[in-house]
Design a protein around this ligand. Structure first.
Ligand SMILES: Cc1cc2nc3c(=O)[nH]c(=O)nc-3n(C[C@H](O)[C@H](O)[C@H](O)COP(=O)(O)OP(=O)(O)OC[C@H]3O[C@@H](n4cnc5c(N)ncnc54)[C@H](O)[C@@H]3O)c2cc1C
Length: 393
């Protein structure tokens, strides 16, 4: 990509799955651009492997500045404080404000921690620096056969508690969630999950959580579960920057976008990944790497199209499968239809473990490949709804 002093300035906020894919596709622009990527961290970290980092395992990362420099992209390591749409400026912590002609907002998500006492008495998986600081504490707890409670009935809680069980069999582990988890899977997967949790000796406690106290979780049933460490995996919310910038968001702080993933009434501002409230045929896409990468790639292409005077394309996406690790040597794969509903096909054990590992390796490899070579490698399924089907609904 060549740049000139008169080249339009595109600022990308966030250098994770969505932001880096947007950058890769922007590099296909026919017109010269000045691209500036901003992130609080110096490295791309694999958020989808944070539970592995928590147990002290090494996971691959990418140093952002040298990687982006190779394609003429500037990198600024700084915390984004606010976006000022009227003046087209980004407020950065301890650095001068940054102006843009086009903006890609991909600041992702943070742990929700909305349960009473969560911020004071529990930890959540946020980033590599934070989770790796917890590893010595977990190792020490394992030596004393300490008790860790993991809260939440989703995939993150499941991946986290099984990773802990596989790495530290001496730990006592309890999964606490509102209702029996995994119901949204085929019977084969449910049975495999049941068996796996039993084999690991993971205790399950069902009930609505009332509060987290200094050393115990309270349920509405009156039950009290004592712990040495509590990990809150009950959900994510979008980066708070959208709210502090007083932009229109949904209940999880995600920015409302149109079909082109663009802010309504702001033709030069696009949003991708966990930060976007993206509606496909009436369903809001769930926060995931699986949706962040397509959104990022699409936004990058749309910004380039806008700058090059070409037509924008509406975003389309269909789900394919849910890959869940259960420690390093076990996993489940639930194949789903384009609307994320489980199909009868599923995989467990050896094949599912390899699928999951392959997916994790591919996400980082694809982004690096596209950024370094400028060749497209990443494609995703469409929702496959025809206009006739939509008219019938
Ligand atoms: C333990 C765990 C396991 C997961 N497993 C899976 C999985 O198996 N499959 C799946 O599809 N999804 C999984 N997810 C979810 C997935 O990681 C996220 O949905 C995905 O990372 C979203 O990508 P993103 O690019 O939108 O945002 P993020 O990955 O959240 O990245 C946002 C980027 O913006 C930067 N940033 C944020 N705020 C600021 C600021 N104010 N200033 C400067 N920089 C900022 C951050 O440093 C970060 O680099 C998992 C999540 C967790 C926590």
């Amino acid at each position: 990509m060549k740049t000139t002093s008169s080249a339009p300035v595109v600022v990308i906020l966030g250098a994770s799955y969505a932001g880096l894919m947007a950058c890769a596709r922007l590099l296909h622009s026919q017109r010269a651009l000045r691209i500036i990527v901003v992130d609080g961290k110096s490295h791309f970290e694999q958020k989808i492997r944070l539970h592995e980092s928590l147990t002290g395992q090494r996971t691959a990362s990418l140093a952002l500045a040298p990687l982006l420099r190779r394609r003429g992209v500037e990198f600024i390591q700084a915390e984004v404080m606010a976006v000022e749409l009227a003046s087209q400026h980004i407020q950065l912590k301890d650095q001068p404000a940054l102006s843009y002609d086009y903006l890609v907002y991909a600041l992702g998500s943070v742990p929700h921690q909305q349960l009473s006492g969560s911020k004071q008495y529990a930890i959540s998986l946020h980033n590599y620096k934070q989770v790796s600081r917890l590893t010595p504490q977990i190792k020490a707890l394992a030596q004393q056969s300490g008790h860790i409670v993991v809260l939440g009935g989703g995939l993150t809680s499941l991946e986290t508690i099984t990773e802990l069980a596989a790495s530290f069999p001496q730990l006592k582990l309890t999964l606490v969630c509102r209702q029996p988890t995994f119901a949204n899977n085929t019977m084969a997967i449910q049975q495999h999950l049941d068996k796996t949790l039993n084999n690991y000796g993971i205790h399950r406690q069902y009930g609505q959580i009332q509060a987290i106290q200094a050393k115990a979780v309270l349920l509405h049933t009156g039950a009290k579960i004592d712990f040495n460490l509590c990990i809150d995996c009950t959900g994510m919310k979008a980066s708070p920057v959208a709210l502090t910038s007083q932009l229109a968001t949904d209940e999880l702080g995600r920015l409302l976008v149109d079909g082109y993933l663009r802010l309504p009434n702001h033709n030069n501002v696009f949003v991708a990944g966990d930060a976007a409230s993206t509606n496909i045929h009436g369903e809001i896409l769930r926060m995931s790497c699986a949706t962040a990468m397509p959104m990022g790639a699409h936004v990058g292409a749309n910004v380039a199209a806008l700058i090059n005077g070409q037509a924008l394309r509406e975003f389309d996406f269909g789900y394919f499968a849910r890959f869940t690790s259960l420690g390093r040597h076990n996993a489940v794969t639930q194949f789903v239809d384009r609307s994320d509903r489980p199909l009868t096909q599923s995989a467990t054990g050896y094949w599912a473990t390899h699928y999951k590992e392959w997916i994790c390796k591919m996400t980082i490899a694809i982004m690096k490949w596209e950024l370094l070579t400028g060749l497209k490698l990443y494609y995703w399924p469409s929702s496959q709804r025809t206009s006739e089907q939509e008219q019938l609904e």
